[in-house]
Write a protein that binds this ligand. Structure first.
Ligand code: ATP
Ligand code: MG
Length: 238
C-alpha cells in the first residue's frame, strides 16, 4: 500500500478585507499518497491557488491543520520561521501561476538559486559548476537550454514558465505543487511538459499536485479533483 505524504483536516481560509469577509476555503479534508499525480480543476475564483499556497506552507489557514508525512509527521504550523523555510526549500517544488523569476539573474542562476540559498549548500566553485551542469541538463529536457544565459525578460511567457518548472524540479523534492503550469504553453509544449512530469513521477516517485484548466491533461493524472466554491470534491468518491 502506498504511503500518505500530505493530509489536511478541515482546512478553512477566510480573508477579511475592507470590502468585507471572503470565505475562500470552506473545510477541506484532503490527502495525497506518495507517487500520486493529482489534478485540481475548477472555475476561476474557486480557491485553487489559495489551497496550493496553504498546503505549500506559504500562507497559513484560518483554521484546520496540514500534516506532511515524510520521515516523521510534520505540522508546518509548529515550525519556527527559519525551520519552515528550510522545510519548504527541501521538500516542496513550486510552479506558481505567475512565475516570479528574478529579473536580474539569468536562466541558469534562476534554476539553481534555491540550492544556493539552501542550508546544505557547499560554497565551492566546483560545486557551483556541477549545479550549473545539472541545470543545463534539466533545461535540455524542457527544450530551453539555448536560453540558459538569457535574462527572463528576454524570454517568451512559455519559456519563462518552463524555467519556473526547471527551478521547481531542480532539487528533486518529494512533492511538486504546480499552479497552471501549462497556462502559457501551446498544446504541443503543454503535452510535453505533462509527459516530463509523468516521467519524473515514474522515475523518482515524485508526488505532483497540479492546478489546471486543461481537462485533457487533467485526465492523464492518477486522481482528478474539483474545487467548487471552496470545497474540494473527489468525483471518484461521490
Ligand atoms: N489576499 C487576498 N485577499 C482577499 N481575497 C483574496 C486574496 N487572495 C485571494 N482572494 C480571493 O479568494 C478567491 C479565490 O482566489 P484563488 O486565487 O484561490 O482562485 P483560483 O481558483 O486560483 O482562480 P483562478 O483560476 O482565476 O486562478 C477569489 O475570490 C479571490 O478574490
Ligand atoms: Mg489561481
Amino acid at each position: 500500500m502506498r504511503k500518505k505524504i500530505l493530509s489536511t483536516n478541515n482546512l478553512t481560509k477566510t480573508y477579511f478585507t475592507k470590502a468585507g469577509k471572503i470565505e475562500v476555503l470552506k473545510g477541506i479534508n484532503f490527502f495525497v499518497n506518495q507517487g500520486d499525480t493529482v489534478a485540481i480543476t475548477g472555475a476561476s475564483g474557486a480557491g485553487k491557488s489559495t489551497f496550493l499556497h496553504i498546503i505549500g506552507t506559504l500562507e497559513f489557514p484560518t483554521s484546520g491543520e496540514i500534516k506532511y508525512h515524510l520521515h516523521t509527521d510534520i505540522n508546518p504550523a509548529n515550525l519556527s520561521r527559519d525551520a519552515l523555510s528550510e522545510f519548504r526549500n527541501k521538500n516542496i517544488g513550486f510552479v506558481f501561476q505567475f512565475h516570479y523569476l528574478l529579473s536580474e539573474f539569468n536562466v541558469i542562476e534562476n534554476v539553481i538559486l534555491p540550492e544556493l540559498i539552501s542550508y546544505e549548500f557547499k560554497k565551492d566553485k566546483k560545486h557551483i559548476k556541477e549545479l550549473e551542469e545539472q541545470a543545463v541538463s534539466l533545461l535540455k529536457k524542457l527544450g530551453i537550454h539555448e536560453r540558459a544565459l538569457h535574462k527572463p525578460s528576454e524570454l517568451s511567457g512559455g519559456e519563462q514558465q518552463r524555467v519556473a518548472v526547471a527551478r521547481a524540479l531542480f532539487k528533486n523534492p518529494p512533492i511538486v505543487l504546480a499552479d497552471e503550469p501549462t497556462g502559457n504553453l501551446d498544446s504541443k509544449t503543454a503535452q510535453e511538459l505533462f509527459e516530463l512530469f509523468q516521467k519524473i513521477n515514474e522515475e523518482n516517485g515524485t508526488t505532483f499536485i497540479i492546478v489546471t484548466h486543461n481537462e485533457k491533461l487533467a485526465q492523464k493524472c492518477s486522481r482528478n479533483l474539483k474545487m467548487i466554491d471552496g470545497i474540494l470534491i473527489d468525483p471518484a468518491n461521490s
